[in-house]
Design a binder for this molecule. Sequence first.
Ligand SMILES: Nc1nc2c(ncn2[C@@H]2O[C@H](COP(=O)(O)OP(=O)(O)OP(=O)(O)O)[C@@H](O)[C@H]2O)c(=O)[nH]1
Length: 414
Amino acid sequence: MSSAFTGSSRVDVDNSTAQLPRHTYISPAILNLERVYEQNRQLLQKKDGAKVPDPITIPQTKGKPRLLLMGQRRSGKSSISGVVFQKVSPSETLFLESTARIHKNNLSSFMEFQVWDFPGQIDVFDNPNFAFDMDAIFGEIGALIWVIDAQDDYLEAVARLNNTILHLQRSYPHINIEVFIHKVDGLSDDYKLDIQRDVTIRIQDELSDQGVENAPVSFHLTSIYNHSIFEAFSKVIQKLIPRLGQLEAMLTNLCRTCRFEKAYLFDVTTKIYIATDSTPEDMASYEICSDYLDVIIDFTQVYGNWQRSPDWRKHLEQAPWMQPLEDQVACERAESGMVLSDAQRPIMLREVDRFLALVAIMKEGSYEKMPQINMNVDVVVKGLTEFFEITKPKETRTTTETIAGRAAGGWIND
Ligand SMILES: Nc1nc2c(ncn2[C@@H]2O[C@H](COP(=O)(O)OP(=O)(O)OP(=O)(O)O)[C@@H](O)[C@H]2O)c(=O)[nH]1
């Protein structure tokens, strides 16, 4: 078997333990990596004098990166949260009511996330009526997503954003600030880029006037009416994944070994891709893989949880077959791996666990090599499973479950 891992990024899978249920055996290597991961996490929090969250102040959120959605009223924050995390269709957001209080959502996914949607009228740094507990809001490492309505006058939004960045730089310099220049659907490409340039310059000028250099601010052009919002969230989330480089190296090696054009590791719940290989970003590939994932999810939601009744099971196991149903199935992963042929370029999907799926676009003619490809993908899937076992907080570790079993997971609204 040719390994998908080569050179320094090789990950050895311990075959002697591969058969054991994951919750009963944790190898010394995993324990060691776990310790290193925890140390890194703590170091990162202490870096640059950033405040380490006090476990007494925010006990229930420890270890959960938080995404804060802020911006002016009607800029689109609740719509973004609904479309990306709650499968709301864009047209359903048209008549959303204004948010009156902070909405907190927990996502149980490959990582534990929190998304806080702030009402547009609240300015946490400049609120005469109420003093916010800043540690409770900004204590955990995460990202602040500032939404600017590109179809409206954005000068006030930019001024508030500048004020927010300056406050954050003083006490929480590690927080990534992600500016979503939103509602760009219907705007011409030139106009979009003009707005992005204008907003960037206004922010950079103000920050350098105030002596702030290298603030972690990134800009994304987004709309809920196309894939751009998922693409932007993918970039935001990727920055929060410890050792993303290792994930990317795994996928890059897989692409090289299996002659894949592009491979994505998707979070199944949100369709955010949390890693991809090192070839240049390609929106069209992302769209096709994401749509394909959608089809599979819809399909498994209809058929995946199908439970056979005991009587029917007994019927299937009697003559002429005379063996347990599990032994009659040729390939236990048949439901996880599928190949669709799109203009001679097959797409393959392989479930990693209940939250993650690997989706790849193969090159023309690679279909004949499926047995070898499957073996390589198997190795990578084991490596990925191990990676996330290490980086997950202990209490959220689960045994490997299927996409079909995903229905149990998902969102909890506060
Ligand atoms: N054209 C367009 N409209 C959008 C987009 N995203 C949101 N909207 C619309 O913008 C309006 C306001 O959206 P909301 O999500 O309620 O805005 P909000 O920022 O949560 O508003 P507050 O709760 O008042 O702070 C809704 O009518 C949405 O349909 C987008 O990408 N494009």
